[in-house]
Design a binder for this molecule. Structure first.
Ligand code: FE2
Length: 357
């Protein structure tokens, strides 16, 4: 009788252990396959306190995206540029991020080499090499086969595809137009000094022909959700500072391209302005959300007028967090801002259906 009881007891124990283990595996599987967490940000001065990277690590993102001004290079001396990247690399908080989280990046003006610089910057080829070396771009990467640093990544989660498109808004960009007084009568802009006016020349380019052709092909590829990462803001109202709004024909071209290619699931992730906001740009198809996260270490005194703003501005140092839950027919995309003090500052959830044709 004793033996039978003991056998019964051990059988139940083993079955319980097997059940708990399989439940844990299922949970792990869900975490791995059904939820993707992406942190992102821009504007990190390599000589300042970078503890924001430690805060990011506590959120255990699957990926970190640098949206530009990843260092403040601002030089025409390539040794200086290299040394400034080395300073970031030696930072313990950055090392913490690097060892725990895969990182992908694009650049903006300061890490490209010079404030507000476009195609005229004379060291763009050398600067590109330093950038690729810093972010460990594989030797055989397609990114090394063309001018500029535009690139795309595909991530597969069960049967879903996330496409991450990194734009280069510096290497091919035509000259900006100094502010000409066009908006002097608009009182909303009267509290600050304006820098640029919209470029109304249809031949002026933001991305350049080669990058536009590449982007068209990328948008034709199948993906469930696409993050288009741009150093400059896309969905905002014109504000005289650098943004796609300074090239209205190029912005229109982007919207036309998304429409023509029927590219579903586009969300813009942008940087540059030293604060965070979400802009919602209404279009003739689905709304384009532009989630700006800028200010890993930098700050700005004010946010400019932006009628498209639906969240923010957050003026404290912060990062953006995007959580995609793939686990339903209609995936959910949660957009959050977290500040340097690890406080959540805004949260917005949309369905993939909201950004589909
Ligand atoms: Fe910038």
């Amino acid at each position: 009788m004793m033996t039978t009881n003991r056998t019964y007891f051990f059988t139940i124990l083993i079955l319980t252990i097997l059940f708990v283990t399989s439940c844990n595996n299922i949970r792990k599987e869900e975490k791995t396959n059904l939820v993707t967490t992406i942190a992102f940000g821009s504007c990190a001065k390599q000589y300042e306190n970078l503890s924001i990277f430690d805060t990011i690590v506590t959120h255990k993102p699957d990926l970190f995206i640098f949206l530009g001004d990843n260092i403040y290079g601002d030089t025409k001396n390539m040794d200086t540029l290299r040394n400034k990247y080395a300073q970031l690399n030696a930072n313990k908080s950055f090392k913490n991020l690097k060892k725990s989280t895969p990182i992908v990046a694009t650049w903006d003006d300061h890490d490209y080499g010079w404030n507000d610089a476009g195609k005229e910057y004379p060291f763009k080829k050398q600067s590109k090499e330093i950038f690729l070396e810093f972010f460990n771009e594989p030797k055989k990467s397609l990114r090394r086969t063309h001018d500029g640093i535009y690139h795309s990544y595909n991530y597969k989660y069960a049967d879903k595809i996330l496409q991450v498109i990194m734009l280069d808004v510096r290497t091919f960009r035509d000259g900006l137009k100094p502010y000409n007084g066009d908006f002097d009568d608009d009182e909303r802009y009267s509290f600050y000094e304006k820098e640029f006016s919209p470029v109304m020349d249809k031949d002026s380019t933001f991305l350049g022909n080669e990058q536009w052709n590449w982007l068209e092909n990328e948008l034709k590829k199948f993906a469930d959700i696409r993050l288009i990462c741009s150093g400059n803001q896309f969905g905002i109202e014109w504000n005289s500072y650098e943004s796609w709004a300074n090239f209205p024909y190029e912005r229109e071209k982007m919207l036309d391209l998304i429409k023509e290619t029927k590219a579903n699931g586009v969300i813009f992730l942008t940087g540059d302005v030293h604060y965070s906001e979400i802009s919602k740009l209404e279009t003739s198809f689905y709304p384009i959300y532009d989630f700006t996260s800028s200010g890993l270490t930098s700050k700005w005194k004010f946010a400019t007028p932006n009628k498209n703003r639906i969240e923010g501005p957050v003026m404290d140092n912060h990062f953006g967090l995007l959580t995609i839950n793939w686990g339903s027919r209609d995936p959910k995309i949660k957009m959050e801002n977290w500040d340097i003090y690890n406080n959540q500052r805004f949260e917005l959830t949309i369905d993939q259906d909201n950004i589909s044709f």
